[in-house]
Design a protein around this ligand. Structure first.
Ligand SMILES: [Zn+2]
Length: 200
């Protein structure tokens, strides 16, 4: 009995792990480590935009009017240039805000127009009442053909919530361009009800 004890122990300690691969099988039977995916953050409004929004003394506004650019790309500089040079509007960009789609500016990027900075009438409505009292927000894109991106909708919702609070505008005065004028703007794919449902 004593004689065979050492070889048996030797087998158990040295050989068996090699044969049966105990250390590796032990590791491989562990459940995989669960790494929860971080939720994609809502669009973040840069501090520079927020300070730009906040620094001006605002005049009374009654409406928020939503538009599309009816173009695949664009930004405040390109549309402002078009409004100034082609339309002949001395104050340039007719909208108070633009929201980019990734073609010309970042997807979901809010650009603050000079008409918001200067708190002057818009040139977006084709209607005196809504140009004078309406904050014009334009999303880049043609929503007769395409859908706005989710980042655009997040930014739009954020901006409308901000403006409603800042300017005391009731939700029934958050309207689409076609609500009061014969136009398809902001396009048949613009998800108005979805945006309204996300307003606070
Ligand atoms: Zn429009």
């Amino acid at each position: 009995m004593i004689k065979c004890k050492w070889p048996c122990l030797k087998f158990l300690l040295l050989i068996a792990p090699l044969l049966y691969g105990c250390s590796s099988t032990h590791v491989s039977t562990l459940p995989p480590i669960y790494k929860p995916e971080r939720p994609k953050p809502e669009i973040v409004i840069p501090g520079s935009i927020m300070s730009e929004l906040n620094k001006f003394k605002i005049r009374p506004w009654k409406y928020i009017v939503i538009h599309h650019s009816a173009s695949d790309s664009g930004n405040a500089a390109s549309i402002g240039k078009y409004h100034k040079n082609e339309k002949g509007w001395v104050n340039g960009l007719g909208y108070h805000f633009l929201i980019g789609n990734g073609n010309g500016s970042r997807d979901g990027q809010i650009e603050v127009g000079n008409r918001w900075d200067d708190q002057i009438d818009g040139a977006h409505a084709g209607n005196g009442e809504y140009n004078k009292h309406g904050v014009g927000i334009c999303l880049i894109g043609n929503f007769e053909n395409d859908y706005p991106t989710s980042s655009q909708i997040s930014s739009l919702t954020y901006l409308i919530n901000y403006l409603q609070k800042r300017c005391n505008i009731p939700r029934n005065q958050v309207i689409m361009h076609r609500t009061f004028r014969k136009t398809v703007c902001p396009g048949r794919h613009f998800p108005y009800n979805k945006v309204m449902a996300r307003l606070k």
